[in-house]
Design a protein around this ligand. Structure first.
Ligand code: NAP
Length: 261
């Protein structure tokens, strides 16, 4: 197992030309204790001097990275994580689309490799709090719907944040099937996706970044908990925290809240 020098953590960024990847590259370049040893994206040409690579295997061969930060696509993230873990590099992952089975398999691989990794559906501290408050409220207000809103280039729905919120609520809330008995949809999908008896709705529009409302209803009252990421800088303190803490554990940690004090 490689020992990480905390004063100088060597970081590879996958998806470096993407919307999130560009922010991460800026974060690493502007952090005194982080060093950008390479960036990977489909459209880059292999060029060791500029430390830009078109695939992860080449990047791993030609750099001595400690941490891989991955903001790519739901179809490539699992293979990227497997490659990183097998090479002794700790993944810090924001890419959504990993199933709970994927996470279990990756956790086993990380433990077998003796290193840690972190997957967070949302790196914004405010979003983590929104999820926590929603979990608490669902104990007292079991009627709930989640509305997540994202930019229209997002590939997966519902968002990883909405799924994580739904999991937390389902663990806390008294189980029940919401809505009128015998309700039907005149247009398929009108009531959203059913998760453990409550609904998740996904909105995709240009102009949005990443937003979520959790609406609770009870007799004569509603409670709305809302979080808005108005730009992608909002995720960077969480990404930095994960990069600097990931070597402290073994296995895959799921959720930023697990490493927040
Ligand atoms: P994006 O702008 O489409 O960027 C993804 C980038 O990854 C693209 O440049 C893409 O290149 C590249 N790419 C795809 N497959 C790759 C591979 N195998 N190796 C290297 N690069 C690859 O997307 P984004 O908005 O940055 O979001 C990326 C992911 O992060 C999404 O899953 C999104 O939901 C998630 N996200 C998470 C958080 C969080 O806090 N956890 C916040 C925002 C977004 P091509 O375009 O050439 O294919």
């Amino acid at each position: 197992m490689r020992v990480i020098d905390l004063a100088n953590i060597k970081v590879l960024v996958a998806g470096a030309k993407g919307k999130m990847g560009q922010e991460v590259v800026r974060l690493v370049e502007n952090s005194q204790d982080l060093e950008l040893v390479g960036s990977i994206d489909h459209i880059l040409v292999t060029d060791a001097e500029n430390k830009e690579f078109s695939n992860l295997a080449d990047a791993i061969k030609m750099t001595a990275a400690d941490v891989l930060v991955d903001f790519t696509t739901p179809t490539s993230v699992k293979a990227n994580m497997e490659l990183a873990l097998r090479s002794g590099i700790s993944p810090v992952v924001g890419t959504t689309g990993l199933s709970s089975t994927d996470l279990d398999e990756l956790d086993e691989l990380a433990k077998a490799s003796g290193i840690g990794g972190l997957v967070a559906p949302n790196f914004a501290i405010g979003a983590v709090l929104m999820m926590r408050f929603a979990e608490q409220a669902s104990k007292y207000l079991p009627n709930v719907e989640i509305i997540e809103l994202h930019h229209d280039q997002k590939l997966d729905a519902p968002s990883g944040t909405a799924i994580k919120t739904a999991e937390l609520i389902a663990n806390q809330r008294q189980a029940k099937e919401q809505g009128a008995k015998g309700e039907s949809e005149t247009l398929v999908g009108a009531r959203g996706a059913n998760y453990a008896g409550f609904r998740i709705h996904s909105i995709r529009l240009p102009g949005l970044v990443a937003h979520q409302e959790v609406i609770f209803g009870a007799v004569g009252q509603t409670l709305t908990i809302r979080h808005d990421s108005i730009n992608r800088e909002s995720f960077m303190p969480g990404v930095y925290l994960a990069i600097t803490k990931v070597k402290e554990f073994k296995g895959i940690i799921y959720g930023l809240e697990r490493i927040m004090d």
